[in-house]
Design a protein around this ligand. Structure first.
Ligand code: GTP
Ligand code: MG
Length: 344
């Protein structure tokens, strides 16, 4: 190392692919996930959510164990982001999807991002359904995680957990509330983004038309049991997407209440998108974007300037081994920062 004073920041020393926790609890948990041990999931989440310096080191060791380098390729599970306005029917839909996936024998982890820390009043939360699941089912893991404190970002723990769990679970779902920003956030983590709207929410289309929002991979119109209005919304959404030149988005109408409708079609659309060839490319882009965001969060504009600016930092990330995980990429940026401090 350069011997330069350690740059200020909250990331503890020693975090990296060969972090101090290499033989500790973090590495052991990572190895269990790598071996497909689903029962490791609760302890994995507990560790990733902890903010003590010691646990952060262990978390880095855990993540290194499930990095593409350690797995010999990308994690096999499909990470699906499900986002949409409050009350659109996301949680009820996820209950129905969970039943269908489990009937197929797929193991499923769901991370529901609890928006309460971002909302006041609570009135919007009045009509919320929880994701229904069988607590005795060992191949289902459900966890509420808190909303990110980083402005415009999912919590670090949620992103890290999604990546880690994809090493062991067939399907990993992240549920977030919102439209627009929420979708962009989840796109940095998920292989497949599904936006959920309820009948009559044509307003969502304005976001696409204005180019504010990226067009999702799958668009779901819920509450199809409401009949005509749901079918009309499905038709309008489909027409609007086509008029914007999108041919790749599947539009699916579902009812999540018994008797459920459209769930099989939705599962097929999600699976078809997940089987697309660009998953590795998308994950690599996401790791780099997340590394840059984490670095900028901890070291600020000054930290970016010390690397020669954002573009130079991006270049540096692109020059790294594509199999490194996010923490290792952050470590590479920090090492460059230390070198630059040493030169001054
Ligand atoms: N008729 C009908 N109602 C539904 C359907 N799906 C959900 N609902 C109802 O819509 C309301 C909101 O459903 P949730 O699943 O909690 O919606 P959500 O998008 O998860 O809401 P938040 O988590 O608060 O953002 C509840 O009262 C559900 O019972 C459906 O397919 N048909
Ligand atoms: Mg919900």
């Amino acid at each position: 190392m350069s011997g330069a004073p350690r740059p200020t920041g909250t990331r503890p020393e020693g975090v990296g692919p060969s972090g101090l926790g290499a033989h500790g609890v973090g590495a052991a948990l990572g190895a269990r996930l790598r071996d497909g041990d689903l029962s490791a999931a609760p302890a994995v989440l507990n560790l990733l959510e902890s903010t003590t310096a010691q646990d952060r080191r262990e978390a880095a060791a855990l993540l290194a164990e499930v990095s593409p380098a350690a797995l010999g390729g990308e994690a096999p599970g499909q990470v699906i982001g499900v986002t949409g306005p409050p009350g659109a029917g996301k949680s009820t839909l996820l209950s129905a999807l969970l039943r269908a996936w489990r009937a197929e024998g797929q193991s499923v982890a769901m991370l529901a991002v609890d928006p309460s820390s971002r909302r006041s009043g609570g009135s919007l939360l009045g009509d919320r359904a929880r994701i229904e699941f069988d607590p005795a089912d060992r191949e289902t893991f459900i966890r509420s995680t808190s909303a990110g404190e980083r402005l415009g970002g999912l919590a670090w723990a949620t992103r890290a957990a999604a990546h880690a769990l994809a090493a062991a679970f067939d399907v990993v779902v992240i549920e977030t509330v919102g439209v627009g920003q929420a979708e962009t956030e989840v796109a940095d983590v998920a292989d497949t983004v599904a936006v959920v709207v309820q009948p009559g929410s044509g307003d969502v289309l304005q976001f696409y038309k204005a180019g504010i929002m990226e067009i999702p991979d799958v668009l779901v119109v819920t509450k199809a049991d409401l009949g005509t209005i749901a079918m009309r919304t499905r038709r309008d959404v489909g027409a609007a997407l086509r008029s914007l030149g999108s041919t790749s988005t599947s539009v699916v109408a579902v009812s999540s209440l018994a008797p459920a409708q459209g769930i099989e079609e939705l599962i097929a659309a999600l699976r078809e998108h997940g089987a697309g060839a660009d998953r590795a490319e998308r994950r690599l882009r996401a790791r780099r974007a997340n590394a840059l965001a984490d670095y900028a969060h901890e070291h600020g504009e000054r930290g970016l300037r010390a690397l020669g600016g954002r573009l130079a930092a991006e270049q540096l990330l692109r020059s790294q081994d594509p199999q490194l995980d996010t923490a290792a990429l952050v470590a590479a940026l920090v090492a460059a920062l230390e070198r630059s401090a040493g030169e001054r």
